[in-house]
Design a protein around this ligand. Sequence first.
Ligand SMILES: Nc1ncnc2c1ncn2[C@@H]1O[C@H](COP(=O)(O)OP(=O)(O)OP(=O)(O)O)[C@@H](O)[C@H]1O
Ligand SMILES: [Mg+2]
Length: 312
Amino acid sequence: MNASPPIVAVCLNPAVDVTYPVHRLIPDSSHRVTGVLSRAGGKGLNVARVLRQLGADATVLGLAGGASGARVADELAHLEVPAHFTRIAGETRRTVTVLSGDEATVFNEAGPQVTAAEWDTFRSDFADRTGGARMVVLSGSVPPGVPETAYAELTGLARRNGATVLVDATGPLLRHALTAEPDVVKPNAHEVGDLVGVPVRTRDGAVTAARELIGRGARIAVVSRGAAGFVAVTPDLACAVGVSERVPGNPTGAGDALAAVLALGLACRDPWLAVLSAGAAVSAAAVACSQAGEFDADVADWLRPGVTVDFI
Ligand SMILES: Nc1ncnc2c1ncn2[C@@H]1O[C@H](COP(=O)(O)OP(=O)(O)OP(=O)(O)O)[C@@H](O)[C@H]1O
Ligand SMILES: [Mg+2]
């Protein structure tokens, strides 16, 4: 891999992810919580963490407010992930996961209300700070008040700055983003099925959906299919990529790891098939880590020779 050019990962709706382990979750009763875990989360942060683990020059741009916003910023500083958060008056959200044995019950706050003036300030910070970026990754949800056209607007600004843009989003955010012609989109099969209105259950179904994403404006479409790997479609090549066996573990954040590898590979202008193989190995190795935003480097090295690429 060539030396990393600057990459920006956007996280408009970061969170303090709190995990409460309990002996057994019983509704309508009180629980003693042992060993509370708390960690900065959000898809853009996961992407940035994986990029850093890959040795990339990654910076986070986002919105943050209140004590939990300060907590997210502190943790990134501690991890030595450069970050610039546009301050908002609202409080950055929390997510709460109650862990009872193998069962996880998740409570997701929507996020703080963002004013039109705060969104304007973010857009201008973004335009300033992506001036030297080779690649911009737009991923995850947006908080209330940020328009559905957010990723379309940011794609336009980043492209004007000469950056390549990868969008990993869902619903109206993705639908609007496509109209701004991003370089790469990486939804999962479920998300792309919702967008095109046809459930995506097979490899060929994923290829058809990816072609529709290209028809709607993307230059490259990657549709991830969990343990079945992913399909990657460009105007002149379609292939299905994956590792030879299912990896047990925590699949949350595997898609963020794939987005990080695609972003770095494209930013470095690495050969496309090498980027895809690395994407399969690293995203599968992310499943082997209990925390989203990390991958097990030994597992990735071990999986790499067994990656299969089928041309369609
Ligand atoms: N159990 C698994 N074993 C091997 N590889 C996996 C497994 N789960 C996921 N992957 C790899 O990770 C990639 C991304 O996974 P997935 O489709 O679940 O992403 P996602 O739903 O976007 O995840 P998230 O949004 O939580 O990051 C897959 O295309 C595949 O390459
Ligand atoms: Mg995803």
